[in-house]
Design a protein around this ligand. Structure first.
Ligand code: ZN
Length: 155
């Protein structure tokens, strides 16, 4: 198998993952006991979401949920994000925010961490107009953890 073929296979796998999360978003809805929340909008595409987090006394994210409407990439990204941050403490989640947004935006990072399934979002950087769709949920995460109640906008 050539490396080009491997890359194509990986792309197909990532595309499947994105479509799966877009069709069946995980953690879609509201939390009974949210301690942190933020709203995000991407006027460029019309994506809107509200993210809720529940942090315990040690600042660990014990639950996360989002609701909203938008394109497949924005929904899939929010679903993958919620899936990934549950169980992390706030500092680790902030680190993911930095890693994922810089990778989606195509910035090379010196500490090249394994993004796991979040690497599926990295493919978006080939489509600059969709970068804001993919980073919206992550900016909402950052804003929610910051305790900044204002709506984040990608514009
Ligand atoms: Zn979008």
């Amino acid at each position: 198998m050539t490396s080009t073929q491997q890359t194509d296979d990986l792309r197909d796998l990532y595309r499947e993952l994105i479509l799966d999360h877009a069709r069946n978003p995980r953690h879609f809805g509201r939390l009974e006991l949210a301690t942190h929340s933020a709203e995000g909008i991407n006027p460029l595409c019309g994506d809107k979401l509200r993210l809720e987090l529940c942090l315990d006394g040690t600042k660990k994210i014990v639950d996360a949920a989002f609701e909203g409407s938008g394109c497949a990439i924005s929904i899939a990204s929010a679903s993958l994000m919620a899936d990934s941050v549950i169980g992390l403490d706030a500092i680790a989640a902030e680190r993911w925010f930095e890693q994922v947004t810089s990778r989606i935006c195509g910035h090379e990072h010196s500490d090249h961490v394994d993004l796991g399934k979040l690497a599926a979002l990295e493919g978006v950087r080939e489509f600059p107009s969709r970068v804001k769709c993919a980073t919206l949920a992550w900016h909402a995460l950052h804003s929610a953890l910051d305790g900044d109640a204002a709506t984040v906008s990608t514009e």
